[in-house]
Design a protein around this ligand. Structure first.
Ligand SMILES: Nc1ncnc2c1ncn2[C@@H]1O[C@H](COP(=O)(O)OP(=O)(O)O)[C@@H](O)[C@H]1O
Ligand SMILES: [Mg+2]
Length: 393
């Protein structure tokens, strides 16, 4: 792929905002491209870092007499959490707008600052999406190596890039978090969490396998979530009555990073894993669509009493006193041919009077689209096309 700028779906808000996202998803590149007139402060610059960490108040003097409504970008803001108090003060005193960028809100919160008490919006940037890559989207490559810009732009070095992503960046990031005093248990956890991508998470079992206390496993998972490296997908429970507790699933943000964490980068890709990679990729696209179009719908998986599953359930309308909730069901299969037996969990849910199933969709890796009494079966790329046209939810 030529190394020109790839247009992102995320638009610039008209007022101050935080921009969060894992390392390497393209935050700094996006800021430079989208906010060419802003005054930039990058806290990776060591002399700037030293000056502002010793004296946050010098930010005002560095900004000089910018006119009202000017934009100020602070990249890697998590390096100096107290700087947020100064930003807060300047937002009140001057009419400047701030774009505050970092890999996680966690370090800011841990720095004891409030996140500007709601004075700034929050935006997330993800790895590249189908809609952004357009004709350069390569499904088979993306399932194996993922959608990080570095990987997509330098395909021949995908394995090495992903190896150092996990072994250098994630380790560094986690050490910086400070709460992790001992790295080896975290590394054991990381490998297990990689291998469990897309599966039900039982923290107790992971704790045993990683030889690490249960409380640490919970902290590790919360770090992965806060740094936007992974997401819990809760089980959907349409009726309020509390039934048996169902564990959530955990998905990494990217199939390539998951594979690297699992330690399987240099092994031939396993067929079951590829199915999980497809779910991971679709979940990523659902999130990107959800964020960038401001849809903000909750996403779940569903498990029937006899253990059949629906990969994704999107709640398109919440339950109200006078109506049941509405959902869209999506079942993903890594298969060239669609098997009608894969529809049964969706059809069972459809017949329930506790919820309204607006749409049932099967997504598979075959060539042709089908419609079977109320249920659409779509090839992956047709599904993604429909998603970004706003036809799925
Ligand atoms: N929209 C884009 N188009 C082309 N290349 C990009 C784009 N976004 C990121 N990249 C590439 O990916 C690399 C990592 O992006 P960067 O903006 O530094 O990520 P982050 O700030 O989120 O860590 C960049 O050096 C650039 O080469
Ligand atoms: Mg950056």
């Amino acid at each position: 792929m030529e190394k020109s700028y790839i247009e992102r779906l995320l638009g610039v808000p008209n007022r101050s905002f935080f921009l969060f996202g894992s390392r390497g998803v393209g935050k700094s590149t996006w800021l430079e491209k989208k906010m060419p007139d802003a005054l930039f402060f990058n806290l990776l610059d060591s002399s700037l870092y030293l000056e502002l960490s010793h004296n946050p108040m010098s930010l005002e003097a560095m900004a000089g007499n910018l006119p009202d409504d000017s934009w100020i970008v602070i990249d890697e803001i998590q390096k100096i959490p107290p700087l947020l108090d100064e930003v807060h003060r300047l937002m009140e005193k001057k009419r400047w707008r701030f774009a505050l960028c970092g890999s996680s809100a966690r370090k800011l919160r841990r720095g004891g600052v409030n996140l500007l008490g709601g004075r700034a919006l929050t935006r997330n940037l993800d790895a590249f999406s189908y809609a952004e890559l357009g004709k350069n989207f390569d499904l088979d490559f993306s399932l194996q190596w993922g959608l990080l810009p570095w990987v997509q732009l330098e395909k021949e070095n995908a394995a090495d890039i992903l190896d150092s992503y996990v072994n250098t960046y994630i380790k560094e990031e986690i050490k910086e978090e400070g709460i992790i005093r001992r790295v080896p248990p975290f590394l054991r956890f990381l490998k297990i969490a990689g291998q469990l991508n897309g599966q039900l998470i039982n923290a107790q079992n992971i704790s045993r396998e990683a030889m690490t206390p249960r409380a640490s496993v919970d902290v590790y998972f919360s770090i992965l979530q806060d740094t936007l490296l992974g997401y819990f997908l809760p089980a959907y429970r349409p009726n309020i009555k509390v039934r048996e507790q169902t564990h959530p699933k955990f998905y990494w943000f990217d199939p390539g990073v998951a594979r690297s964490a699992a330690g399987w980068l240099f092994d031939p890709i396993d067929r079951t894993w590829k199915g999980t990679a497809l779910e991971t990729l679709i979940f990523h696209e659902l999130r990107v669509y959800n964020h960038t179009r401001g849809r903000n719908r909750d996403i779940f998986f569903y498990r029937t009493a006899n253990g059949a599953e629906i990969d994704f359930v999107i709640e398109t309308q919440k339950k109200t006193p006078s109506s049941v909730s509405h959902i869209v069901c999506i079942e993903i299969k890594m298969a060239e041919k669609w098997n009608r037996s894969w529809e049964s969990a969706m059809r069972a849910l459809k017949s329930s009077d506790q919820i309204k199933v607006d749409r049932m969709i099967g997504v598979y890796t075959g060539q042709r689209a089908y419609h079977f009494s109320g249920l659409d079966v779509l090839p992956v790329e047709v599904f993604l096309e429909e998603l970004y046209r706003g036809n799925i939810f």
